[in-house]
Ligand binder design. Structure first.
Ligand code: ZN
Length: 150
């Protein structure tokens, strides 16, 4: 288990140090900002949405390793996915990070996003891990207000 935990930390630190898709997306037609006051994480999600498909996605922001790694991994998973696929992944991710996986074990495989399962024991960290996803949903919904985890 400790080996696994170390591996998880490595994955998170890697994405924190070298975040993927960390840029302003030229030609984005949806953006949203998210804020987690408990930790101070701030994030902006940029989307290029064509019809129902996320053709490109990026993010910018400042925050802790967990919030940044979560956003980075989310962007790598969602490029080319439909809104419905993104929602399904968010639903599964949310159940896992809040420790409710057993309530509805079905859904898409999380793959590397499983590294965030450990945050379920730490309510503040749950907000760090979910911030990017809540912000994504706001961007998909076309809202322009800042989403807060509070
Ligand atoms: Zn945080």
């Amino acid at each position: 288990m400790s080996d696994l935990r170390e591996l998880y930390q490595e994955v998170i630190l890697d994405h924190h140090k070298n975040p993927r898709n960390f840029r302003i997306l030229e030609g984005a037609n949806r953006t949203a900002e998210g804020y987690n006051p408990l930790c101070g994480d701030r994030i902006t999600i940029y989307l290029q949405l064509q019809g129902d498909v996320i053709t490109d996605i990026s993010f910018q922001g400042v925050g802790c390793a967990i919030s940044k790694a979560s956003a980075s991994m989310m962007t790598t998973r969602l490029k080319g996915k439909t809104r419905a696929e993104a929602e399904a992944l968010f639903g599964k991710f949310h159940r896992v990070v809040t420790g409710q996986r057993d309530l509805a074990p079905d859904g898409p495989e999380l793959g590397k996003l499983e590294v965030f399962a450990g945050v379920s024991e730490f309510p503040v960290r749950v907000k760090c891990a979910s911030l990017a996803w809540h912000t994504l949903r706001a961007a998909l919904d076309g809202g322009s207000q800042t989403v807060s985890t509070e």
